[in-house]
Every structure is written in structure tokens, then in C-alpha cells.
Design a protein around this ligand. Sequence first.
Ligand code: HEM
Length: 150
Amino acid sequence: MDYNLLRGLHIIAVIAWMAGIMYLPRLLAYHADAVPGGEMDKLFQTMELKLYRIIMGPAMVATWVFGLALIYVNATEVRGGWEYLQQPWMIAKLSGIVFMTGWHGFLGAARKKYVAGTNTRTARFWKMTNELPFIAAIIMVLAVTMEFGS
Ligand code: HEM
């Protein structure tokens, strides 16, 4: 597949994944103040489930598939070797990938706790931690565009 098409598809998938990963904590924040078992509780549960299953899950898988394809094409055609994976910018990018995927799982587990009625996190917690994936995204994008340390 064309390398530039692959890059474009990767970025499109990233946009959808990031949109979900930053919107779900907003829902969890408002949800924290809803009465358990009430109408708003059920509405938030439905919104969170749909966002997680229909948008975030497929977007994460697509980001991974196109991202891994980019790693392979970079190594075999564009850069002619796997050494670039050890460069500082790529290590920063890979660290971001680990964090983002972990954060995705953390949000999924939090969603399940709301469904079980065992949530203990406050709206304040979700509002404060919501900056973390954005900071990670800034580092990841600048890592690949600037290739610092190469
Ligand atoms: C989830 C697994 C991911 C993998 C395996 C992956 C891997 C890659 C690879 C190998 C490239 C090509 C680098 C190059 O052209 O030299 C790339 C490009 C890019 N990635 Fe990712 N990435 C992932 C997730 C993300 C995320 C979460 C973001 C943003 C938050 C992101 C943002 C970008 C951008 C903006 C580019 C385009 C850089 C350019 O072509 O100039 N990626 N990715």
C-alpha cells in the first residue's frame, strides 16, 4: 500500500481515537454526580458504552494496524532497517503508545465500575486527569514530526 496513504489512514484513525479518549472522561465526570439507578445514570451508561465500543475500540485497532504497518514499511523500504526504533523520538512515540493504550483500558475498566455501581472516582478526578492523554498526544505528534535526537 502507498506509504502516504498509510500515513493518512493512520492519522484519521488517531483523530477518532483521540476524540473518544478525551470525550469519555467528560461523560464519566458528569456521570459521577448522577443518582445511581436513576434516569441520568442509565443515559450516561448508554452513551459511554456506545462511545467505547463503536468509536474508541475500532479507532484504536485501526490506529494500531496502520501504525504497525508504518513501522514495517519504514524498516523495509523507507529507512532500510529497524535501527530507527531505538532513536529517542521513536522511544518517546512508543512510550506514548503504551500510555495511550493503557489509558484506554483504564477508561474501559472505569466505565464497567459505573455499570456495576461501584465507582468511587469523583468528577474532579476525571476533569484533572483529562489533560494527560492530550499531553501524551502532543509529545507523540512532535516526536514523529521533529524526530528529535535522530
Ligand atoms: C497505537 C500505535 C501506534 C503506532 C504503532 C504508531 C506508529 C507510527 C509510525 C511508525 C509512524 C511513521 C513515522 C514516520 O513516518 O517516520 C507514525 C506516524 C504518525 N503517528 Fe503514529 N503510531 C501509533 C499511534 C499514534 C498516536 C496515538 C498518535 C497521536 C496521538 C500518532 C500520531 C502520528 C502522526 C501525527 C504521524 C505522522 C507523522 C508524519 O508522517 O510526519 N500515532 N506512527
